[in-house]
Write a protein that binds this ligand. Structure first.
Ligand code: SF4
Length: 415
């Protein structure tokens, strides 16, 4: 990655007041009409901002509507079972976001009488709230003069200042946040001015998403082109510097689809990306490792003894930089299955409809991994089918997530 030419110095833009006027005027006229735009309901803004981290706007819109139908306010979200929240999130990926949002709603109800706190310290103390979320929710919901910095804003700043800075480099991120702070309009008095901080933050992100795009900035249509140092020097296509891509990691995995009288065995996944979701028990395989033996050992840990056979089916999916090939094995329980527990369940078609399944599990159920699978995914059931289609779309969104991002980055809000 190229180093900043003047590390440590302040980033400066040309004529900050004129830049603000031009960008705000453009935003008011040209911004996309999105369901969360122009809302002053801090809860709705919060939900949208969490969804938009690592998710494209077009993907998030239908999820946003369904999520708010189901959990229309903080109290409803706090009351919900975690499994129901994850089920409403299923397909969006990065499930830690949903878990944090759910936990935070509980704190808001217990400690803030059910109202999203407008105090920056109180809001920042909630689970899953980083500096980006703090600035976005409090500026748009309460008119607080708090900045945001995501990938779009960082790119716009790099070009406006003609500096090779990137949010992925901590020293640069500090300078970018400093510029974002200095450019923030101050809210005061009238309701018009109270909306300025939120509009300003959205205007910067909208410019990055719609005009100052990564590969093809539309400089001739840009409302702030006269303030742009990169355009003046003809270097806009070289900025910001592109960090080295994380190498793709190929992963081999095997799952066991074990059936007992039409019910499929699923276990709860743990870890940052699929935390709390359910799918058939599986193992990650090292080079040359025998899948049948490894799966047999995994099932023994769960107290399940079933002869397994390789179905020959292979599923491929991508999560961040990991390209995963899944070998699907199957078996039929010879005796009535052991009981379900908190981390292990036998899922019937009726139960499946209310369980937060991983995208892979939904595909396995949809594709019919065995005779049992066929009976579990009743093709006549529109409920199951539409749910599976939603998960497939979500799985594709998951696969489109930026490479090289192992967790949720505040700087990765998507256009
Ligand atoms: Fe981006 Fe071009 Fe506008 Fe500069 S003039 S901010 S490079 S779109």
């Amino acid at each position: 990655m190229a180093r900043s030419s003047v590390d440590g110095t302040k980033l400066e833009v040309r004529d900050a007041p004129g830049l603000r006027r031009a960008l705000l005027a453009w935003y008011r006229k040209h911004h996309r009409k999105l369901p969360w735009r122009d809302s002053r309901d801090a809860y709705r803004i919060w939900v949208s901002e969490i969804m938009l981290q690592q998710t494209q706007v077009a993907t998030a819109v239908p999820y946003y509507a369904r999520f708010l139908d189901r959990f229309p306010d903080v109290a409803a979200l706090a009351r919900a079972r975690r499994g129901d929240v994850l089920a409403a999130w299923a397909g969006l990926g990065y499930y830690r976001r949903a878990r944090h949002l759910h936990e935070a709603a509980g704190v808001v109800v217990r400690e803030h009488a059910g109202s999203v706190p407008s105090d920056p310290r109180a809001f920042a103390a909630l689970p899953g709230v980083g500096r980006y979320t703090l600035g976005a929710v409090l500026s748009m919901g309460f008119g607080r003069s708090l900045p945001v910095l995501d990938g779009n804003v960082a790119r716009v700043f790099s070009r406006l200042t003609a500096q090779p800075v990137t949010v992925k480099r901590p020293a640069d991120a500090k300078r970018l946040w400093d510029l974002a702070e200095r450019l923030m309009p101050r809210a005061a008095g009238s309701s018009h001015r109270a909306r300025l901080p939120g509009q300003w933050n959205q205007a910067l992100m909208e410019l990055g998403a719609m005009v100052c795009t990564p590969r093809s900035p539309r400089c001739s249509a840009c409302p702030v082109r006269t303030h742009c140092a990169a355009r003046a020097r003809g270097v806009q296509h070289e900025l910001p510097p592109v960090p080295g891509r994380r190498a793709v990691e190929r992963v081999r995995r095997a799952v066991a689809c074990v059936w007992d009288r039409g019910r499929l065995l699923v276990v709860r996944r743990e870890g940052a990306l699929l935390d709390g979701l359910w799918e058939p028990p599986g193992v990650e395989l090292s080079r040359g490792e025998d899948a049948g033996t490894a799966l047999g050992a995994r099932l023994s840990e769960l107290g399940v003894r079933v002869p397994l056979a390789d179905s020959g089916r292979r599923e491929r999916h991508t999560i961040t930089h990991r390209l995963i090939t899944v070998e699907v094995w199957q078996g039929e329980a010879p005796q009535p299955a052991s009981r379900s527990t908190a981390t292990r369940k036998w899922v019937s078609p009726q139960r499946e409809a209310s369980l937060a399944l991983s995208a892979l599990a939904a595909r396995l159920l949809a594709g019919g991994a065995s005779a049992g699978a066929a009976s579990s995914t009743d093709p006549a059931s529109p409920q199951v089918r539409s749910r599976v289609l939603r998960k497939r779309r979500g799985a594709r969104a998951e696969a489109r997530a930026p490479r090289g991002t192992a967790g949720i980055s505040r700087a990765s809000r998507r256009a």
